[in-house]
Design a protein around this ligand. Structure first.
Ligand SMILES: *Cc1c(COP(=O)(O)O)cnc(C)c1O
Length: 463
């Protein structure tokens, strides 16, 4: 399988090259040249597989330059860190299936992709004799998943900036209790935006970037998307079998268009088994406006109880745009240039019709999110985290008789205890991995919100 850029500016490359490239060098995003539709006989076989076996089977369709045995080893290693034998278990609660994606080391769905990406990076760097210094800024959640993805790995150091004393105590501890020698937590005396601006400036220093082989772990790496495709297929096969029905729907709380794009790929692979994909947004409803009205234009970022979806620029949107444009890279590049200049894209009626056959969408406000957590708890005794609640609310409203609804649960409720408490009156029970954090040793450097200070620190501690 070869990979191309949504903007058409690179010659086709292999999977390995695509993983190491991350963002395409022409500014676009990388995509496989084709998405295979899976024959029925293969699906019959896939139904028998464990999660890790299925992951190896799905991934090997997109990765033909890593030997299957090695790939299987990377997959097994990635999901051994999960604390549930089914990796992503399904639990039926009333009218929906909850697909629990939060059994990884940091209790959020990003572990599914980042555990795999970390192992792939280590494998490829060992092969090439290279090294990588990962630099990123977090508002709290992604940082820990990235840190856990590469902790203790050879040839990789990771530097994660978080705003000093502005992340929740649990989020801070999840990062700072990782004391592996290759992990550097930097608490910046400033805001998340300060941290992000510093990282951006440092990445723009091309000499520095080259010298230290700086790498990023944002959600645009193709390896992350393809690792997420697996749980859609896993869940669709399990639920169609259990319910004795041909099709399922998915409701997906999304911000960056990453998770929902993985669903789009899964549906192209299983068009008969996956019917509708519901794109659920919080009050930051850019993507809902796009699906419902063909209006993709930036607004201000609203702070909500589902902060990992408080996003305006959806970094994976361009991947879908490429397909919407009939795989026309020139047009996609022009669209993205126009969006860069004006912050807005408008889609005509024809395009809108096509979008609405690919997705339906709902935006769920703060009050509805909290009410959903409360009602779901009252009715089923099951605690949803606020991100999951956004998806559940959208899913329950768009249900079709006879088609099971699978709602993606993207975080463990204990990670968002305050919001949950405001809904049900008490904090959710802490799972053992969080309960023990407060007693553990921590390591963290408090640093000024200045490019020079961070750059000097990286210089000093880079591999
Ligand atoms: C990142 C994140 C999301 C949104 O994922 P996208 O890839 O942006 O769709 C949803 N919920 C949680 C808990 C997250 O961390």
């Amino acid at each position: 399988m070869k990979y191309i850029s949504t903007r058409g500016g690179i010659a086709p490359i292999s999977f390995k090259q695509a993983v190491m490239m991350g963002l395409a060098t022409d500014g676009g995003l990388l995509l496989p040249t084709s998405i295979p539709e899976i024959p029925t006989e293969t699906l019959a076989h896939w139904r028998q597989l464990s999660y890790s076996e299925l992951a190896t089977a799905v991934l090997s369709l997109f990765i033909d330059d890593i030997p299957t045995d090695d790939l299987r080893g990377l997959v097994d290693k990635s999901y051994r860190t999960f604390n549930h034998p089914e990796i992503t278990p399904l639990v039926k609660q009333g009218d929906c299936y909850i697909l629990e994606l939060f059994h990884g080391p940091t209790l959020a769905f990003k572990d599914v992709a980042l555990q795999f990406l970390g192992n792939v990076f280590e494998y490829l760097l060992k092969e090439s004799g290279g090294k990588m210094n990962i630099l990123g800024a977090t508002s709290g959640d992604t940082g820990s998943a990235a840190i856990y993805g590469v902790r203790g790995k050879e040839r990789i150091n990771i530097f994660i900036l978080h705003p000093h004393k502005r992340v929740s105590p649990i989020q801070e501890l999840q990062m700072t209790t990782v004391t592996d020698a290759n992990v550097f937590n930097l608490a910046v005396r400033g805001t998340f935006d300060d941290g992000q601006a510093i990282v951006k400036t440092i990445f723009n220093d091309l000499d520095f970037k080259e010298k230290h082989q700086l790498g990023a772990v944002n959600s645009i790496n193709w390896a992350r998307i393809v690792a997420q495709v697996v749980y859609y297929i896993y869940a669709a096969l399990k639920v169609t079998e259990r319910e004795g029905v041909p099709q399922v729907d998915f409701s997906v709380p999304t911000g960056n268009f990453g998770d929902i794009f993985a669903g789009y790929v899964a549906r192209r692979m299983l068009p008969q088994q996956i019917r509708n994909l519901i794109l659920a947004t919080n009050e930051n409803n850019l993507l809902t406006r796009f699906v419902l009205n063909g209006d993709y234009s930036l607004g201000p970022v609203a702070q909500t109880s589902s902060p990992s979806m408080d996003i305006q620029v959806a970094s994976n949107f361009e991947r879908y745009l490429y397909y919407l444009n009939g795989e026309d890279a020139d047009r996609t590049r022009q669209d993205m240039d126009r969006f860069g200049a004006s912050g807005s894209l408008q889609f005509d009626e024809l395009a809108q019709e096509r979008v609405r056959t690919d997705f339906s969408s709902r935006s769920v406000n703060e009050e509805q999110t909290i009410t959903t957590i409360r009602d779901f708890y009252t009715q089923h005794g099951y605690v949803l985290d606020p991100h999951t609640a956004v998806g559940v609310q959208a899913g329950l409203r768009d249900r079709k008789q006879g088609v099971p609804m699978i709602c993606l649960a993207t975080a463990h409720p204990a990670k968002f205890g305050a919001a949950v408490k405001s809904a049900i009156g008490h904090e959710p029970e802490l799972p053992p991995s969080l309960a023990g954090l407060a007693d553990q040793e921590t390591r963290c450097e408090v640093i000024a919100a200045e490019v020079e200070a961070v750059q000097a620190f990286v210089e000093q501690h880079a591999l």
